[in-house]
Design a protein around this ligand. Structure first.
Ligand SMILES: [Mn+2]
Length: 258
């Protein structure tokens, strides 16, 4: 859990949630559509939560990427207008914020880096936020990989490599994952794992991404998970969740026409 005081969204405030934009210079159309949706919401929100896989890949906070720079400028603009911006790592951008408190990308944008999972308070209700990949417990191979790449040793070794080498490794991993995706979908969460996390945290609802299966799913006994959509302009996919005094509302931007 986060060491920072629990973030709380309440009276007169509006929180926006998004995840799995998979941003990067490889896909300017998806970036353009996400930025358009964010700009349309910017003047009416007080909190922005980006729950992981913000970027398609992240080799370290020195990653040169024009789309990341453009997102960073937008986040700084939001922070300057008084919006609290909070970011979480996903399974693709798990090295986000690895450069330490002074140099790290989230801090440079004025954003808070959240632990996964994190509890927040939405209009008096504690809600669990997560990327979602840790709950895909049926995928044993992925969980082994996740444990390995989240270890301090692996990360220290990877980050000690020159930038060019890290970028080459990321390109290779991306090619590999494209190949694996053919005929092999992203797995879904294990519902018992989510239920256990909710019960441990003592909350009723979770918000997560990762599975590319947007919607709200009942877990029984009044427990529920809300799944954020992924973004892909080429397939017309994307969307955000707006939480205000009036409730939880899924907002689907007019997607085709990048
Ligand atoms: Mn993911």
């Amino acid at each position: 859990m986060s060491r920072a005081a629990r973030l709380s969204v309440g009276a007169g405030e509006v929180a926006l949630f998004a995840s799995d934009m998979h941003l990067g210079d490889h896909d300017p159309n998806t970036a353009a559509q996400f930025f358009k949706a964010l700009d349309a919401q910017a003047s009416s929100i007080t909190h922005l939560f980006l729950l992981g896989d913000i970027f398609e890949a992240w080799v370290g906070d020195d990653q040169p990427d024009q789309v990341a720079a453009a997102l960073g400028e937008r986040l700084k603009g939001l922070v300057n207008q008084g919006v609290r911006v909070a970011l979480m790592r996903g399974n693709r951008d798990f090295l986000l914020g690895s450069d330490g408190p002074d140099l790290a990308w989230p801090e440079r944008c004025g954003a808070l880096l959240l632990d996964d999972p994190t509890l927040v308070e939405l209009f008096g209700e504690p809600v669990l936020l997560a990327h979602g990949d840790a709950w895909c417990t049926d995928d044993h191979a992925y969980q082994r990989f996740r444990t390995e790449v989240r270890s301090e040793g692996w990360q220290a070794r990877f980050l000690s490599r020159p930038l060019a080498e890290r970028l080459a490794i990321a390109r290779e991993m991306r090619t590999q994952s494209e190949r694996n995706k053919q005929g092999h979908d992203i797995g879904d969460v294990n519902e018992a794992a989510v239920r256990a996390a909710l019960i441990t945290a003592g909350v009723r609802r979770a918000i997560h991404g990762h599975t590319h299966r947007p919607g709200s799913y009942s877990l029984g006994e009044g427990l529920e998970r809300w799944v954020l959509p992924d973004w892909l302009a080429a397939s017309g996919r994307g969307g955000v969740l707006r939480v205000g005094a009036e409730g939880w509302e899924s907002v689907l931007p007019n997607l085709p026409a990048a």
